[in-house]
Design a protein around this ligand. Structure first.
Ligand SMILES: *Cc1c(COP(=O)(O)O)cnc(C)c1O
Length: 366
């Protein structure tokens, strides 16, 4: 008997998430040194984490023989004061991706439907499929989430609705007012997940706490992988009602978030200065790239995050051509074949990307 015959049949059909190419792999493939390769593929913070976070991570290495605090008490108490909520309104995850999976474990059964945008962050769909639920992908005209179309897609079978804003990979965002109206219009049997992975790049991110207070079934997700620059450590969190958090806590593993990540995140959260600085550097980077794309005659979607979705035509060829020059970007699936997602880098990296892109365009258009 083949091993695969023993597997849950869903696993055999489960699509595999394709991450941004690692620097080492591109270096190996193209005969480059890793330090010659620049990665603008995964929306990481090119300036790295706060120095306080690095120091805290280093100090945590002295205690590697001990299990982490499974309750994440110190970090959660700081998060509670950061967001002016109660401690039992928070859950930590091994990246906010883990919390997306926990939502699946807690709420989804085979046959349930999960509503998300056709060009939304792909992990929602993957988790729905993993749980045997049906992803219902709603059209996104102009590559923005259309909340009225999402409302229309909701049925008796819908359990979860995901809205990332700013969204990855489009960089588009929805306003607080329209989100409030949408959430208040949801039927009682719907759980609304608001994914705020890029919230810190906005001056005034939508604040859904009033919706949580009024008893709406809302879970908000944040991550330390993006503006906080701690993607390597895998840590994120969710906040919502006590009841919501209790259910999610029931489904998680005892030590899901490691001690180094907890210490570094705690320090990162305290360094508000660094977050502000990165936000403003990012804004300058978006401007620099936008000007460059215009000069190259490349269309792009104005971004509210730390990456830009460009439409240079044949994203896959450009992605491969750029790699030869040591620049990693992100090509997207067949439905966005003409697009290329480019993360904001340092000023130098952006210059390098733009010149590599000019070169790649001349090769690909020849
Ligand atoms: C990057 C990203 C995340 C965060 O993932 P982590 O697991 O916390 O690294 C979540 N949602 C969206 C939309 C993202 O782009």
């Amino acid at each position: 008997m083949k091993l695969s015959q023993l597997a849950n049949p869903r696993i055999l059909k489960q699509p595999v998430y394709e991450p941004g190419k690692p620097i080492e792999e591109v270096a190996r493939d193209h005969g480059l040194q890793p330090d010659q390769v620049c990665k603008l593929a995964s929306n990481e913070n090119p300036w790295g984490p706060s120095a306080l976070a690095k120091r805290a991570a280093g100090e945590a290495l002295e205690q590697l023989h001990l299990y982490p605090d499974g309750s994440g008490h110190l970090l959660i108490s700081q998060l509670a004061s950061h967001h002016s909520l109660q401690e039992d309104q928070f859950i930590l995850g091994n990246g906010s991706n883990e919390i997306i999976e926990l939502l699946g474990h807690v709420f989804l059964e085979p046959g349930d439907e999960v509503v998300c945008g056709e060009f939304a962050f792909v992990v929602y769909k993957l988790v729905a499929l993993l749980m045997g639920a049906k992803p219902v992908e709603v059209e996104m005209p102009c590559l923005v989430h259309d909340l009225s179309k999402m409302s229309e897609a909701i049925t008796e079978k819908t359990k979860l609705v995901f809205l990332p804003s700013p969204n990855n990979p489009t960089g588009s965002a929805n306003s607080e007012a329209e989100i409030f109206e949408f959430v208040r219009s949801l039927p009682e049997h719907i759980i609304f997940c608001f994914d705020e992975a890029y919230a810190e790049y906005l001056d005034q991110p939508p604040d859904l706490r009033p919706l949580i207070d009024e008893g709406r079934k809302v879970i908000c997700l944040r991550t330390f992988s993006k503006i906080h620059g701690l993607a390597a450590l895998r840590i994120g969190y969710g906040y919502g009602s006590k009841e919501m958090i209790r259910l999610l806590q029931q489904a998680r593993q005892p030590f899901n978030v490691n001690a180094v990540a907890q210490s570094a995140a705690l320090a990162a959260l305290s360094d508000k200065e660094w977050v502000l600085r990165c936000r403003s550097w990012n804004r300058a980077g978006l401007e620099q790239l936008s000007i460059g794309f215009k000069k190259l005659g490349i269309e792009y979607i104005p971004s509210h995050a730390n990456f830009i979705l460009t439409k240079p035509g044949d994203g896959r060829s450009l992605f491969l051509e750029l790699q030869k020059q040591g620049v990693i970007t992100r090509a997207l699936g067949p439905t966005l074949a003409d697009y290329l997602r480019i993360s904001v880098g340092t000023e130098e990296e952006n210059i390098r990307l733009l010149s590599a892109l000019e070169q790649a365009l001349s090769v690909c258009r020849a």
